[in-house]
Ligand binder design. Structure first.
Ligand code: ATR
Length: 275
C-alpha cells in the first residue's frame, strides 16, 4: 500500500509542499502520496487523529499549528524541544514523534545552495517569534563569531538570546537587543525572521547594517523582492535571497526523517526558480 503523508495548515491551499514532496518521491523512487489538509482552527488534534486512523505515516505542520503540534507530540527530538515548535510529525505505533526541520533547512540552503558559510561571521537575526526560535539553535551551531537577535519588542529578544546562550554556553557570542541598539553595527549575514513582510512592512532598520560582501536573507518568499530584500539592495547588501530554498530544504530534511533517503533539494530548487 502507498504510504500517506500530508501538510496540515490553515490556510493551506497555496502550500507548495505537496508538489515538493511529489518531486522528491519521483527523484528517489519512493512510493508515497502527500496531500494538503485544511485543519479547522479549533480542530487540529482531531484532524491529526483522523489522518493517523486512515493510515497516515507522517505530516508536516504549518501556520498556525506548529506550537499545537509540539504539545500534541508524545515524543520530541532535541531540536524540536529547543525550537518549542514542531513542523514534522511521524506516526509510529501509537506514538506521535515531533521534529523541527526548519533550522536545518535554513542552514542547508545557506551553506549548500548559496555557498554561504556563517562560521566566523557576524550574523543578525531579525525577529524573536516562532520563526526565529525555530532556526536559532541550528544557526548557533554553525559557529558564527557573533549572533545578535533583534526584535521590535526588545524584551522578547533578550529572553530568547539569554535562554539559548545558556543552553549552548554561548554567552560571548549571542545577544538580544531592540532595533534602536543596532546603530553603527554592521553584519555579514542578516536574516529576516519577522512576519513584517506579510503586511508589506519592514522592521525599523538603521542605515549601514550590511557589511561589505554581506548576504541578506528573507525567510519569506513571494513574487519578486520582499520589502526586506528591496531595502537590503538599496543598502548595499552584496547578495539577496528569499526563503524558497529554505522551504525546499526543510521539506528535504522531513523527507529524510520519514524515508531515510535524502532527496536533492538543489535540483528541485533550480527547477522551481526556472518555472
Ligand atoms: P512567527 O511564528 O511567524 O515568528 P510570531 O511569533 O507572531 O510569528 O512573531 C512575529 C515576529 O515578527 C515577531 O518577532 C514580531 O515582533 P514583536 O515580537 O515585536 O511583535 C515581528 N514583527 C511582526 N511585524 C513586524 C513589524 N511590522 N516590524 C517589526 N517586527 C515585526
Amino acid at each position: 500500500m502507498t504510504d500517506r503523508y500530508c501538510v496540515f495548515g490553515n490556510p493551506v491551499a497555496h502550500s507548495k509542499s505537496p508538489a515538493i514532496h511529489a518531486a522528491f518521491a519521483r527523484q528517489t523512487g519512493q512510493d508515497l502520496r502527500y496531500d494538503a489538509i485544511l485543519a479547522p482552527l479549533d480542530g487540529f488534534a482531531a484532524a491529526v487523529a483522523g489522518f493517523v486512523a486512515a493510515g497516515g505515516r507522517g505530516a508536516n505542520v504549518t501556520v498556525p499549528f506548529k506550537e499545537e503540534a509540539f504539545r500534541l507530540s508524545t515524543r520530541r527530538t532535541a531540536r524540536a524541544e529547543l525550537a518549542g515548535a514542531v513542523n514534522t510529525l511521524s506516526f509510529d505505533d501509537g506514538e506521535v514523534i515531533g521534529d523541527n526541520t526548519d533550522g536545518a533547512g535554513l542552514v542547508r540552503d545557506l551553506v549548500d545552495n548559496l555557498g554561504y558559510v556563517p562560521a566566523g561571521r557576524r550574523v543578525l537575526l531579525l525577529g524573536a517569534g516562532g520563526a526565529a526560535r525555530g532556526v536559532l539553535g541550528p544557526l548557533l551551531e554553525t559557529g558564527p563569531a557573533r549572533l545578535v537577535v533583534v526584535n521590535r519588542t526588545a524584551a522578547r529578544a533578550h529572553e530568547l538570546a539569554s535562554r539559548f546562550a545558556e543552553h549552548f554556553a554561548a554567552r560571548d557570542t549571542l545577544a538580544g537587543s531592540g532595533y534602536d541598539a543596532l546603530d553603527g553595527s554592521a553584519f555579514d549575514l542578516v536574516i529576516n525572521a519577522t512576519s513584517a513582510s506579510l503586511g508589506g512592512d519592514l522592521p525599523a532598520l538603521p542605515d549601514g547594517l550590511f557589511a561589505a560582501g554581506s548576504l541578506a536573507y528573507d525567510m519569506m518568499y513571494g513574487q519578486g523582492d520582499t520589502p526586506f530584500m528591496a531595502f537590503a539592495r538599496t543598502q548595499g547588501a552584496a547578495r539577496v535571497a528569499d526563503g524558497l530554498g529554505m522551504l525546499v530544504e526543510q521539506a528535504a530534511e522531513a523527507f529524510f526523517v520519514w524515508r531515510g533517503v535524502r532527496p536533492d533539494g538543489a535540483a528541485l530548487l533550480a527547477h522551481l526558480r526556472h518555472a
